[in-house]
Design a protein around this ligand. Structure first.
Ligand SMILES: [Zn+2]
Length: 341
């Protein structure tokens, strides 16, 4: 089985965007607020939204299941107040839940969190709990920078985040560290801010003893870990200078990387540097890069082809494609068992 641990609902029905437009307009002028949170989106509209996109690509590329979450750039935690984020997050998570309910063989849900800059992450616990215990979500996306490129909140290793981590541990769900859109013109969203977020989170983990405190807490760093695998020697050296344990002990029981790297040499590097036990297959489709690579004639984000081309054993590839995802997202197993019957 091939599990893609990183897919977003980026083909939402236009009515969802219409709601968001009204919600944002309502921040400036209350009379323009949406009158209802009932979007009036039918099941057929949801089916249509994924049929020609994610479902088609799964079939074409020979992948089986996508761990599916709301559009990452759409989370935009920096917009409005906490109440704005709570309302929007609930709606986005409910939409993802509907997709996964209509196509239980193809999608398993992961939630966004109702974060807001300067607001304690413990306020996200209720939504995480609702999604996991009532709606069958298997993880969450955690934004390390709800300020959208201005990094105003404490690092991920600060006590600020601990109540949320305690709940993640209790529910046995991991978080993918995932920023949202950038409102800082210095940082292009998917080209700079995303990869900065990944790299920054890793260095925060490195300089802390977070995983001594939370030995079963798990994070997936997407986009191949940002700059991390390429600079693995730098990180090992920094850890050594700081008298920290080797990274394999210090971080690799808790930190995982996905394969959203859009060329073969990048994936080759990732799998040479990071143990296969810490790599989860992912493509982030339909997502950040949608075009075809003229050098290969294939979509940049058709990452399965890169893994297939690696000189790894079938056993190692099975870990990347399936086994590691089942281990990192234990609640996934119940979904996949149901799928088998
Ligand atoms: Zn993503």
């Amino acid at each position: 089985m091939i599990i893609d641990c990183h897919g977003h609902y980026t083909t939402e029905p236009p009515k969802l965007h219409a709601f968001r437009d009204k919600q944002l307009a309502g921040l400036a002028d209350k009379s323009r607020r949406p009158l209802t949170t009932n979007l009036g989106i039918s099941d057929d509209e949801i089916r249509d939204s994924v049929q020609g996109a994610q479902l088609k690509l799964q079939k074409e590329r020979g992948t089986d299941v996508t761990i599916f979450s709301p559009r990452a750039a759409g989370m935009a935690h920096h917009v409005g107040k906490e109440a704005t984020s709570v309302e929007w997050t609930t709606i986005c998570n409910d939409m993802v839940h509907r997709v996964c309910t209509l196509f239980p063989n193809n999608f398993v849900p992961v939630c966004q969190l109702p974060q807001s800059p300067g607001v304690q992450p413990k306020n996200c616990i209720a939504e995480l709990e609702r999604c996991v215990t009532q709606l069958g979500f298997v993880g969450c996306n955690l934004n390390p920078d709800p300020a959208g490129g201005y990094w105003c909140d404490p690092p991920l290793t600060d006590e600020w985040w601990f109540p949320l981590y305690e709940k993640m541990v209790e529910l046995d769900v991991p978080a993918m560290v995932h920023v949202s859109s950038s409102c800082n013109p210095c940082f292009h969203g998917t080209g700079a801010h995303y990869l900065n977020g990944d790299t920054t989170a890793f260095m925060q983990f490195l300089t802390s003893d977070l995983f001594k405190r939370f030995p079963t807490l798990r994070f997936i760093i997407p986009h191949g870990g940002g700059a991390v695998p390429y600079h693995w020697g730098r990180y090992r050296g920094l850890a050594q200078d700081m008298k920290l344990p080797p990274l394999s002990e210090h971080l690799l029981k808790n930190v995982y990387f996905d394969t959203c790297v859009y060329h073969l040499p990048g994936i080759e590097l990732l799998t040479r540097v990071i143990p296969v036990e810490n790599i989860l297959f992912a493509s982030e489709m339909v997502g950040a890069v949608r075009g075809i690579d003229p050098e290969t004639g294939h979509h940049f984000d058709d990452t399965r082809r890169y893994i297939d081309a690696l000189p790894l054993s079938a056993e190692d590839k099975a870990k990347i494609f399936e086994g590691n995802a089942r281990r990192v997202y234990p609640r996934l197993n119940a979904h996949l068992d149901r799928r088998a019957h």
